[in-house]
Ligand binder design. Sequence first.
Ligand SMILES: Cc1cc2nc3c(=O)[nH]c(=O)nc-3n(C[C@H](O)[C@H](O)[C@H](O)COP(=O)(O)OP(=O)(O)OC[C@H]3O[C@@H](n4cnc5c(N)ncnc54)[C@H](O)[C@@H]3O)c2cc1C
Length: 452
Amino acid sequence: MAAAASERHVDLLLIGGGLASATAAEEIRKRDANGSIVLVSNEPQRPYNRPPLSKEYLRGEINDEGVYGNGGIYVHEPGWHDEHQVELLRGEAVVLDPAAKTVRLADGQTLTYGKLLLAMGGRPRALDVPNANLPGIHYLRTVADSGAIRNELDQPGKRVVFVGSGFIGLETAANSLFRHAQVTIVEPQERPWPTMLPPALSQYIADQYQRRGATLQYQHSVTGFTAGENGRIAGVQIAPVGDSAATESETIACDLAILGVGIMLNSELAQHAGLEVDPHQGVVVNDHLQSSAPDIYAAGDIAAYPDPVVGRMHFEHWDNAITTGQTAAANMTGGDESYRHVPYFFSDQFDLVINMLGYPTNTAHVTIKGSIAQDEFTAYFVEDGILRGAMMVNDDAKMDQLRELIAEAVLVPDTHALIDPNFDLASLRPSTAQNEPAQPVAVEESSRDNAS
Ligand SMILES: Cc1cc2nc3c(=O)[nH]c(=O)nc-3n(C[C@H](O)[C@H](O)[C@H](O)COP(=O)(O)OP(=O)(O)OC[C@H]3O[C@@H](n4cnc5c(N)ncnc54)[C@H](O)[C@@H]3O)c2cc1C
């Protein structure tokens, strides 16, 4: 059907200007030389990578000119889009009509599509407490956010309070310490990443910060912010929660605060269009990353896909944006690909390169190979006798092999054998494994340092 005069037709329309969309554009063009591709983004920059925003970019080591891995943050070189006939359209998608196959932008223009990708990612979750909008209170999602924090840290000795100790918050705290700031971390939970790690590994992470002078206020929640005479933030009010030993509320004096309390998925466009949306997980898609509406796919943070191990999930990480973007693109161009991927993310903190694979949980039996004291180890997570995950700290030589073994859900007959640095992981493969699955047992906390 021909488009109405006020409408423009696009064969492959991508909503969202992040890594998932950019990866999908690249993959589509590899598979379809001629289809028109338009990528709609409400950010002023062309698609960029967010991981350096809490790392190299924040430290001032790279700028926002080159591509990621080559001194910058971008996904593609500036000329790439013209060369590959991918149109970047600055705009905000405000109405999706799946029946008419149209997307209306805030400026009034309407695009009709053949296939549509939703990759709108997320925005920082705001803290709903008094004075949460004072100058000097920062969130970190965009290059502008990172630049603003970088400027604030220009002088040494700044007193920075971090609210939340997720990966992004901790990385930012590590790099604030690097910039000689005085760091306090406030977190309502009892320890770092408590659902994923056993206490010993949480302690390992916490130690890294304490050792470098940070003050950790776990089991405390923020109740508000106070302003100084200049109208900027001057303090963070906190109160003990859970079974914290502290009883008193207090105010931490500070020059700035950085809030990292998770993200809200930008799924409203899909929800208002009547697509199936899980309020916590995002746009519900099948294993082909296809939504409940014909010809509409989702990728990146916002895609809630069926995972073979944990069921419906979404994953807010860099690798997930790339791999879901690729699979969605394949299926949007006539492919028939199931999304089957072992979850993976990385985090760089101080001199630790942390790689997390699979499904680490605090209920797993954890066996550690290597040395925690020397910051070089792999923690294997075995649940019900099955290898489910791995945390690698400065120890990623076996990552590809581990990814395959986790994908195959191999049995681990003897978890203790994993401690041996010469243990042949390939022997876990079904063709070579001879034993019954190991029984799950409590986490071996004593295995913190078993290098010898
Ligand atoms: C500071 C920071 C550090 C990180 N570090 C790591 C790390 O070390 N390791 C790791 O694995 N992961 C990391 N991540 C996570 C990773 O960057 C994200 O998972 C990834 O960016 C998700 O990509 P996406 O394309 O799905 O979404 P996004 O990157 O959020 O992109 C979505 C885009 O769509 C735009 N948009 C939204 N709504 C609309 C609309 N209606 N119309 C038009 N455009 C719209 C948004 O403005 C945005 O540009 C980090 C994230 C941040 C913020």
